[in-house]
Ligand binder design. Structure first.
Ligand code: ZN
Length: 309
């Protein structure tokens, strides 16, 4: 092989390597550019979907409030409407806020502590209780009533699968809790809080049927328009709880505040003194639920609603 041929071969090899290198660079560059375009496109897509969600949510909120505003009796009596945050309940700056603290799920190991704090401040509240027949629980039902609080029902078993299986099952459960409270305290409770609220999505049966059943029995149900956040499984602090309540109570003339009375809710008890002090500093009236309490319900039969207007 002469030098000339050798040089040619080397040049060929070099230019092949260069071509391959260029090809690789081109591919990588193209890949980066495409990724960038794709990423930009996806970001844009996410952003526009987020916007659409916001628009839909806003429309839904408007629908909900106009459902409420236009409940005119022509609607199907089974139709449910939202009233918890109704416009007529929005507070003006000078309004005296009415705040109803409510404790669900008791009696529990915490009930006596909750009652003690309420007693320290001379505050009356509402307890939506479930069914227990042990000595401590019976004593707690009595204390709730003797100390001037409102006792409401929150089902006997609190088992969604039972009470929401059928109206019959619901009725049987209601009888149990009604009788237990009556036999223990002498009070014929007229208040009910649906486990999961009247807007729960667990029930097999249209909630309208349960609402009708309660209404026929003269029992009034209350949901809540302020959640303390103590139902969440995530850890929450006493400060969080106070903040959650204080942020929302200023919005409404009447606030029904959802809290829980159960063994693991020590934070709720811990938060209670500060919460009461802050509410009082705000000039709020802390009251037990009574016949005079504005109905705070997540859903209601539109016919019931019209009758009230
Ligand atoms: Zn409950």
């Amino acid at each position: 092989m002469d030098t000339q041929t050798e040089n040619d071969a080397r040049r060929d090899r070099r230019s092949r390597v260069r071509r391959i290198r260029n090809a690789i660079i081109t591919i990588i560059t193209a890949w980066m550019v495409l990724s960038f375009i794709l990423l930009t496109f996806l970001c844009f897509k996410v952003f526009s979907l987020q916007r659409q969600i916001n628009i839909l949510l806003a429309e839904r909120m408007k629908e909900v409030s106009s459902d409420y505003a236009s409940a005119d009796g022509e609607m199907d009596s089974q139709l449910l409407t939202y009233v918890g945050t109704a416009e007529e309940n929005l507070a003006a700056p000078d309004d005296t806020l009415k705040v109803y603290l409510t404790f669900d799920d008791g009696p529990s190991e915490r009930t006596a502590e909750v009652l003690d704090v309420l007693d320290d401040y001379g505050i009356k509240a509402t307890f939506f209780v479930t069914g227990h027949t042990d000595e401590h629980s019976l004593a707690m039902y009595k204390r709730i009533v003797e100390e001037g609080h409102t006792i409401g029902m929150h089902s006997y078993t609190h088992k969604y699968s039972d009470i929401y299986a059928s109206v019959d099952a619901f009725a049987q459960d209601l009888d149990l809790i009604e009788n237990l409270i009556y036999d223990t305290t002498g009070v014929d409770s007229m208040y009910y809080r649906f486990p999961g609220g009247s807007s729960n999505k667990v029930s097999n049966v249209d909630m309208a049927e349960y609402i009708e059943y309660l209404t026929d029995k003269g029992i009034v149900y209350f949901d809540w328009n302020v959640a303390s956040g103590d139902a969440t499984t995530q850890a929450y602090t006493a400060d969080d709880l106070v903040e959650n309540v204080m942020r929302d109570v200023v919005k409404y003339k009447t606030s029904v505040v959802l809290m829980h009375d159960s063994e693991n809710k020590t934070i709720t008890v811990e938060a209670l003194p500060t919460l009461i002090e802050k509410l009082q500093a705000q000039g709020a009236l802390l009251l037990p639920i009574s016949e005079d309490t504005r109905l705070i319900q997540h859903v209601t039969l539109s016919t019931n609603h019209t009758a009230e207007e």
